[in-house]
Design a protein. Structure first.
Length: 452
């Protein structure tokens, strides 16, 4: 008995220390068991309190009257299974007749308080089945990316979602995206993480950084082309449009439409071309779009119209040619001038870091989800890197990118500099990478691979 009274305080202190210093370890050792028991014990009462039950069916009421028994209780959704994860619990439910998956989404906040968990996210798996992903602690307070397989096929892990899952930037599924946020909100860190994830892949990186290249120039070893002022950006975008036209000519030549050709071999984009003919995909990163859209005189207005026209053309036609856009800016509204809203309509993916006003959040999510607008406005300024990510389907989630330092991103780009392809149309804009001297030896330059 004495040993028990000594062991209990030690275990309690160890649990408290783990909960503060290593929340993941605490969850896996103590928290997951307590949470699972709490959910199972409170399940029926919580479902009833949240209005997620259905009244008994008529035949059960009739049977109770015939047998002279009490009126049956309301029925809760049936639990299919409860599975623990490294960050929480996954509860899959079978809905009763008359229930809707939207009811669970609307009750997610009440479920979070009732089960004493940090967050509850509901999603529909299939007709009649809903999954509740519950996190036991704040996974975004200290972002620790799990050991995941490196991104492949232009699918890059860039952040951690509030439900503990990895958030990917998948260019094949969402070709173009918009990233907005105020100063010091974490846009640059998100961009560094994205570039570091793309560096090991077979892709050409093209950058437009009108802040004299201070954000993207350190990563120039992995960039095929880079423009650091609006005049150079206009010429670069024009060259990229010309390259897009050449890719379309290649696709048209290789379509080979005939009666004898199987349907699966007919292509309308680069991904169905033979591997030896397929052009390298291109990711265009624009660091501050407002610098491209602002104009102070007639000459700058003509340049601005040219730039916006090229961006709109790339966003409308670039996907099939393997050209993908990543547009960043503090604001992205109609005040930037003609054509901006047309460009925004082509940007399917939306990521909003902390913004200073609701209008800026509306620029990203006003046409998608009012709830996402509210979530973007409520991002705490003490948590840089936190953002709301969504797409035109209306779905959204809170994410936070890991803190990728500029040194880490530079080292990654330098290590994969040999993967930088050469595109003839963009060769005049290839950044000049300074030769690094290492212990008295000059590091040899690598010969870039050809685009096609």
């Amino acid at each position: 008995m004495d040993a028990l009274w000594v062991t209990l305080p030690v275990v309690l202190v160890a649990a408290l220390l783990l909960r503060w210093l290593r929340p993941t370890w605490y969850w896996l050792t103590f928290g997951v068991t307590f949470a699972a028991v709490r959910v199972l014990i409170r399940y029926r009462s919580v479902m009833d309190a949240c209005g997620l039950t259905v009244p008994p069916s008529r035949w059960r009421l009739a049977l109770a009257r015939v047998a002279n028994r009490p009126v049956p209780e309301a029925r809760s959704p049936r639990i299919l299974w409860l599975r623990p994860t490294a960050t929480g619990l996954v509860l899959r439910l079978k809905l009763r007749p008359g229930q809707d998956a939207f009811d669970f989404s609307a009750s997610s906040d009440r479920l979070r308080h009732s089960f004493s968990l940090h967050n509850v996210v509901s999603r529909e798996i299939r007709s009649g089945v809903v999954e509740l992903r519950m996190t036991g602690y704040d996974v975004l307070r200290r972002v620790r990316m799990p050991a995941v397989v490196p991104g492949e096929g232009l699918r890059v892990p860039v952040a951690l979602r509030e439900d503990g899952e990895v958030h990917y930037r998948d260019y094949r599924q969402v070709p173009h995206a918009l990233n907005v946020g105020a100063t010091q909100s974490g846009k640059s860190v998100y961009q560094r993480t994205l570039v570091a994830g793309l560096a090991p892949q077979n892709v050409a990186l093209v950058g437009v950084d009108c802040k004299n290249g201070v954000e993207l120039a350190p990563l120039a070893a992995r960039f095929t082309a880079l423009a650091d002022n609006p005049d150079a950006a206009a010429d670069l975008l024009a060259a990229l449009v010309a390259y897009m036209g050449r890719v379309y000519e290649l696709i048209r030549t290789e379509q080979r439409i005939s009666v004898a050709l199987p349907d699966a071999e007919i292509t309308a984009d680069i991904w169905d071309l033979p591997a030896h003919l397929r052009p390298v995909p291109v990711v265009l990163l624009v660091d501050e779009v407002a610098e491209l859209a602002l104009a102070a005189n007639r000459a700058e207005e003509a340049r601005r119209d040219q730039i916006v026209t090229h961006l709109v053309r790339l966003s409308q036609l670039g996907r099939a040619a393997g050209i993908y856009l990543e547009i960043c800016g503090q604001r992205f509204g109609s005040e930037l001038g003609k054509g901006i809203t047309m460009l925004r309509a082509q940007l399917t993916g939306r990521t909003a870091h902390r913004v200073n006003d609701e209008t800026s959040a509306n620029m990203a999510f006003g046409d998608i989800s009012p709830d996402a607008v509210l979530a973007a406005v409520q991002i705490d300024k003490e948590r840089p890197g936190t953002a709301v990510a969504g797409d035109s389907s209306g779905g959204w989630s809170r994410i936070r990118a890991p803190h990728t330092t500029l040194r880490q991103a530079v080292d990654t780009c330098n290590a994969h500099a040999h993967r930088t392809p050469s595109i003839p149309e963009l060769e005049p804009f290839r950044p000049a990478v300074p030769v690094r001297v290492l212990i008295g030896k000059v590091q040899p330059k690598t010969t870039p691979a050809s685009a096609f």
